[in-house]
Design a protein around this ligand. Sequence first.
Ligand code: FE2
Ligand code: FE2
Length: 266
Amino acid sequence: MKTDILREELLAKMSLTDSLPTFDSILTRLLGIISDADASLDQLLEVVKCDLAISAKIIRIANSVFYCRGSTIVDLKRAMMRIGLTELQDIIVCVAFLKDITNQWGLNLHDLEDLWVHSLAVSNAVKVLNRRAVEHPGKAATVSILHDIGKTILYTYGDKYRMLIEKARRERVDICDLEKETFGIDHQEIGYQLSVNWKMPEEVSWVIGNHHGREGGDGLIHLVCVADSFLDDRAVDLGEEGIILERKADFIKNETTRMSELIGKA
Ligand SMILES: [Fe+2]
Ligand SMILES: [Fe+2]
């Protein structure tokens, strides 16, 4: 009975999120461009320049220690060229969606950092697995970074949800089962509903809604499932792909630290 009430409460919270001020046409257009295989830097520039906050963050990142080689850049196009399309896609999805949206919900900074560090790690692990470019990088980055977006609403329950995450880690059980027991809904269903409210491409929503299917399916969902399983529990046998990820574990960790520091300071 109590889980039914919580489920209803969560569904009501979700229905409010499509009216968030940040979720205007700029973010919808950015996501559309990033998820398009033929996206170009010029197309991104046309939309990014309409949003002062995102533009300012990109310029700050381009002038950070990692990218800055000499002269300071104040021009948005040059800043975007300096960072490069692939990393821009990660940065825009992470900064514009995950960080800003969740900030609006007043979530604890530590919870948010956990979430975006994990999301970036999944994105980097997917890049390692996606070397043969089965999927285009922009769509893979979007899905990887947003796959756990449903957790953001559950984090609004504070310790109640943190204890669940801790229990899943300690007892090595799927967090979705614990979420359904406690809240009557899991973060996949919440994420799916949010992404539909936000008019994300259907393929993106589908992966968000089904990424705990373990290694099932093929294409993008397979890559996200394997990367996510590896990062949740490195002891799980993931066959050849697990061996590849294990070999690249240091690279994934270092890239994730570098990106999360860049985004955290932006
Ligand atoms: Fe998940
Ligand atoms: Fe995850």
